[in-house]
Write a new protein. Structure first.
Lengths: 264, 198, 198
């Protein structure tokens, strides 16, 4: 039993990711219906409920958080199943029509499944379009401000809402940028800690005495700041700079150590 | 102005407008021509760009505007020069939510959740912040729930001219394409439980 | 590849490169052709664009890079487009710049250009003169670059109480940008330790 349980767990873990890949109870039901090759208009409730419960049990075994929607659906399935097992109402004199007509307890579920399936298909068509859109490129608008008359100095007559602003930002993020030797990128990538250490030492030696820590961070870009910070740490470790701080949160001051030769 | 001159002007305007695009009315206005005339030229130009083998760009209609875009078959060359795009593709939940909104707009969150059968707050939030949907008003009644609809960015994102270009909603039964891995999962699962119980 | 195909590819590349343009080496690289071959094609194409009456754009060579530009003689139409009443909007360039500043303020021109990938002097000028943005101080360091931020008029114009009311951006935008920086940080860190130990 224990061995069985363990084996089962292993099998389950392998498919863990896949278990969570369903978009909800309707998605799961559609999958079951397809897998069992069932006619969606004539769902065998006993079979589908059993399969569905199997899935819920698997999720429990895996200690996955079973979303409440799945449990609600489980209850719905069981309710439909038991309603179908109920003896036929007596006022229905024509026995043959019973399972066909509008009284079928499955109707609402079938309707929901079919409605959901439409949109699942539509979603997959959108996915194709999303991919296709990636195969052609537009260009940013040319900067036309030189054609603007200079007297246009107020915001009167402009018509934008926040959505335009957000839209512009997204368009921008989506715009595929050509790789180009843009100067900022190159300089950014070329900062080495060694080079930055030299620069900092030179800066500190140019004027003897204490220098505010933040003076060592001249470029307000994260990569540069990080490299500068690492350079200071390295210089501290090598005892080439000394760092002072009078009290907590006061400005940190840095100075070059005395009597140390220039780093090669 | 002869035909060549007009089309040269249109080319320069479309080029300058870039991915902002220009609509018929704007072109008609700048060229002092009727919208019908512009439309005739656009049809002619679209065809010409497509046919000419030495042209790498063609005219596309996106979100109600005409724009130049590179031809699809050349994308492999352009990708050699392009940085990886900043944004990822939409999740399945996002696509489903978006599909429901696109075909049923304006629509409330509740109505979307009715179709999907699961909570949809997060996909909605993501879609709003990606600028693909926006509030289009409020539903009548007590809750005054937000009504969502798609945006121009939605059209651009999926390469659509307008909403009428959405593929028609499949109205009935076709087999959903199978998913072998999931099938395997269920077979394994079934076996494991059968074994256990037997 | 025949001549037409090559020139179509060049056209699509130059188009996608926009105002940045491409140099001979970049083109040769993408097409796997010699720089001489590229130069021959460029000469041919330049001539062809100039000659054809129905073309509104031509190839210009600036500082070793080739790029498309609208033909000079058509500039009066571009001006009309910019000034047309249907265009009572900020240009796309202006709107983009404003969006970046709104979400990333205070920010320097260089940082804005890094995001947009194109020069941004003019849109900045326009936005300042319209009172939507202003100088908010100077970046530390040698250049002491101007830091831009939005103004009170900006808030009024978009009907915002304060900046916290700006619509939130999708999570993945922030994540992606974060990742890049973190990656760089760890790479740098790693290198620094490797160097130290080596």
């Amino acid at each position: 039993m224990l061995v069985n349980e363990t084996k089962k767990m292993v099998i389950h873990m392998e498919y863990n990711v896949k278990v969570e890949a369903f978009e909800g109870p309707l998605d799961l039901l559609l999958h079951l219906i397809q897998g069992l090759e069932i006619d969606i208009y004539d769902i065998p409730m006993a079979e589908i409920s059993e399969q569905y419960m199997l899935y819920i049990r698997a999720m429990n075994v895996l200690e996955l958080n079973v979303a409440s929607e799945y449990l609600v659906m489980a209850a719905t399935l069981l309710a439909i199943k038991s309603r179908m097992l109920l003896p036929k109402q007596e006022e229905d004199w024509n026995d043959e029509d019973l399972s066909l007509e509008e009284d079928d307890p499955r109707d609402e579920l079938v309707e929901r499944l079919i409605e959901y399936r439409k949109f699942k298909m539509a979603a997959s068509e959108l996915k194709d379009k999303e991919k296709d859109r990636g195969s052609f490129f537009t260009k940013p608008p040319t900067d036309l401000s030189e054609y603007e008359s200079t007297k246009q100095e107020s915001i009167e007559g402009l018509e934008h809402d926040l959505h335009d602003l957000l839209g512009a930002f997204h368009k921008l993020l989506r715009r595929k940028k050509l790789q180009r030797p843009m100067s900022t990128r190159i300089t950014r990538q070329e900062i080495s800690i060694d080079k930055r250490m030299d620069e900092i030492l030179n800066q500190l030696r140019k004027k003897s005495g204490l220098h505010p820590f933040h003076d060592l961070f001249p470029i307000a870009e994260k990569p540069h700041m990080i490299v500068s910070f690492l350079a200071v740490l390295e210089l501290m470790k090598r005892n080439e700079v000394v760092v002072h701080q009078d009290e907590n949160f006061s400005e940190i001051m840095v100075e070059a150590s005395k009597g140390v030769t220039m780093v090669g | 102005m002869d035909k060549h001159e007009i089309q040269a002007i249109i080319e320069s305007l479309l080029f300058a407008a870039g991915d902002e695009g220009l609509n018929i009315a704007q072109l008609a206005n700048v060229l002092s021509l009727s919208e019908e005339d512009i439309l005739t030229h656009m049809t002619d130009m679209k065809e010409r760009y497509l046919q000419e083998a030495s042209r790498g760009i063609h005219i596309v209609e996106l979100a109600g505007t005409f724009q130049f875009a590179t031809k699809r078959n050349l994308s492999s060359y352009i990708k050699r020069l392009v940085e990886s795009p900043t944004n990822s593709t939409l999740s399945q939940a996002g696509l489903e939510t978006l599909a429901i909104i696109a075909y049923r707009q304006p629509i409330t969150r509740m109505a979307i959740e009715d179709v999907r059968g699961v909570k949809t707050d997060r996909p909605l939030q993501t879609l709003v912040s990606k600028g693909l949907i926006k509030e289009k008003g409020r539903a009548e009644g007590a809750g005054r729930a937000i009504l969502y609809g798609t945006t121009g960015e939605f059209l651009d994102y999926f390469g659509l001219k307008d909403l009428s270009q959405l593929p028609s909603l499949p109205d009935d039964v076709q087999e959903l394409e199978g998913d072998e891995e999931t099938d395997l999962f269920f077979k394994t699962l079934q076996n494991s439980f059968t074994t256990e119980e037997g």
